[in-house]
Design a protein around this ligand. Structure first.
Ligand SMILES: O=P(O)(O)OC[C@H]1O[C@H](OP(=O)(O)OP(=O)(O)O)[C@H](O)[C@@H]1O
Ligand SMILES: Nc1ncnc2[nH]cnc12
Length: 181
């Protein structure tokens, strides 16, 4: 990937110390999305990376995964699966609870959103501990989907999520790293 473009994307992400709790540096993707050229470059890079990869669906996790997953699905001509926080999806769901950097939460998916054998790419804004994406992998696999890849705009490698995904046999695509900066 083009290093100038990746640097431009990284520079558009603001870092907020002690949010939402003391000791957390919040990597704020809203400043990237508010920057039109940076947002477009992000989606274009992901679309170029995955255009011939043979996925049948994209899945994104509420809320920030929707921001990147839905336009990527549109760019690739694929359907988009919404993995949501509890009590937001109207049809029959399954759910999975998980821990993240600053709390615990639960995710749900419609049981009919995945067809057996679907090759699903998971998209989220950021990989930290990996709890969110591990729950999403579990939900899709429980429904018979094949998950071998996940894509993130940001990774925080110090928090261990990359190891979690390696242990689940999921390949990682990431645009920007923040290592203890
Ligand atoms: O790798 P993890 O430790 O699981 O952390 C990463 C997740 O945390 C953030 O979502 P958050 O749960 O804050 O929800 P939001 O997207 O609704 O803001 C982020 O958008 C990822 O989904
Ligand atoms: N440090 C962080 N910045 C932004 N989003 C996050 N989600 C989990 N950890 C985060």
């Amino acid at each position: 990937m083009n290093q100038d473009t990746l640097g431009f994307i990284k520079d558009s992400i603001k870092s907020i110390p002690d949010y939402p709790k003391a000791g957390i540096i919040f990597r704020d993707v809203t400043s990237l999305v508010e920057n039109g050229p940076a947002f477009a470059a992000t989606i274009d890079l992901l679309a170029e990376r995955f255009k011939d990869a043979g996925f049948t669906k994209i899945a994104g996790t509420e809320a920030r995964g929707f921001i990147f997953g839905a336009p990527l699905a549109k760019a690739l001509g694929l359907g988009f699966i919404l993995v949501r926080k509890p009590n937001k999806l109207p049809r029959k769901t399954i759910e999975q609870s998980y821990e993240l950097e600053y709390g615990t939460d639960t995710l749900q998916i419609h049981v009919d959103a995945v067809d057996a054998g679907d090759k699903v790419l998971i998209v989220d804004d950021l990989l930290a501990t990996g709890g969110t994406v591990a729950a999403t992998v579990s939900l899709i696999r429980q429904l018979g989907g094949i998950v071998e890849n996940a894509a993130f705009v940001i990774s925080l490698p110090d928090l261990g999520g990359e190891t979690v995904l390696n242990n689940l046999n999921v390949n990682i695509t990431k645009l920007v790293d923040f290592d203890g900066e």
